[in-house]
Design a protein around this ligand. Structure first.
Ligand code: NAP
Length: 308
């Protein structure tokens, strides 16, 4: 079942906000879409891309009389946006966000939400390494999970409405508590990004020694890390600062396991190495079976002499 809102306010119009805007328009999910972003340049670009019906640099103006407000800014900016919009939210409005960390966003936003407003924290597990309004595209959320971390006592009708909204965008919706979300995401998303940032940084330091060999021979594996390490620095700085405990816990486990592997390599324990690499290969197969990636070799990159 689809749902239609009279007015949707999109606060923040980067990769996620603009992708939502394309889908809202394509699927007719709102009579009016109001877009707010902090800089005049991004706002101008959103207007050129015709992402909404009305444009403003004031979040408070955008939120006024909106039935659904979606906040898509770096998680560290959640509190300032919440403070800005609080006074103009109408009773019964649904306010949600798309932030990659949840306990911190709730702590930042919830205290500012007026009593008759339904604040439902959310996180679509969809994205790319690009940012800004030009990075968005319709269908980004198709077949991807969107996790809600509702606060106890949340109005069931509002929850159902927001669920219908994300389902209209093709998402599958799950609910979990915020701390659990933050732990799960620390391992499936935050740690891989941190490892990628780190390995690319290490290689960059080495490059002073090896000149351009790191780039020249990058197809040997290195370039797959560079995709993650090209992600938006502001967004990922905020994720690190706002999911600190879960990330540090996962990093500690990761370091222990790395030490185990390091030791196995040092002592020539081939069985241990082989067993680990066999276990991890099976995980890749499960991801493909769960429809979270395609089975194409080398992530589907074209190879010139490949048989069609
Ligand atoms: P983005 O493309 O970099 O866009 C960020 C938007 O937030 C822009 O409109 C920007 O405005 C605004 N903004 C930046 N700093 C701000 C501040 N201090 N105060 C107010 N507004 C600010 O980011 P994104 O990739 O869409 O990410 C948005 C949110 O989605 C983040 O919380 C992120 O954790 C979450 N998320 C991202 C992904 C992903 O793969 N990228 C996936 C799932 C969830 P100006 O350009 O006008 O400055």
């Amino acid at each position: 079942m689809t749902v239609q809102f009279d007015r949707i306010a999109l606060i923040g119009i980067g990769l996620i906000g603009s992708s939502i805007a394309y889908d809202v328009k394509r699927l007719g999910l709102a009579k009016e879409v109001v877009i707010a972003t902090r800089s005049a340049d991004t706002l101008k670009r959103a207007e050129e891309l015709q992402l909404g019906d009305r444009y403003t640099t004031s979040s408070a103006d955008a939120a006024k009389d909106a039935d659904l407000v979606i906040v898509s800014v770096p998680v560290g900016a959640s509190e300032s946006v919440a403070k800005e919009i609080a006074g103009s939210l109408k009773p019964g409005a649904i306010v949600t966000d798309v932030g990659s960390t949840k306990a911190s966003v709730i702590a930042q936003m919830q205290p500012h939400m007026p009593p008759q407003v339904h604040f439902i924290p959310g996180h679509p597990l969809a994205g790319t390494e690009k940012s800004g309004p030009d990075a968005g595209f319709p269908g980004l959320f198709e077949g991807r999970w969107c996790i809600f971390t509702p606060i106890s006592g949340t109005d069931e009708t509002a929850l159902k409405t927001l669920r219908q909204f994300w389902e209209s965008l093709g998402s599958k919706v799950d609910e979990m508590d915020p701390e659990h979300h933050d732990k799960v995401l620390a391992i499936v998303s935050h740690l891989p990004h941190i490892i990628a940032y780190n390995i690319v940084g290490t290689a960059d330091d080495l490059e002073a020694v090896t000149e351009s060999e790191v780039i020249k021979y990058s197809a040997s594996g290195f370039r797959d890390f560079t995709r993650l390490a090209a992600s938006d620095p502001t967004m990922w700085r905020d994720v690190c600062l706002h999911n600190k405990d879960a990330i540090l816990e996962m990093l500690a486990r990761f370091s222990e396991d790395l030490a185990y592997l390091q030791r196995a390599i040092r002592w020539g324990e081939g069985d241990k190495i082989f067993d680990l690499f066999t276990r991890t290969r099976a995980i890749r197969r499960s991801i493909v079976q769960a429809g979270q990636d395609v089975d194409a070799p080398d992530f589907g990159r074209p190879h010139p002499l490949e048989k069609k």
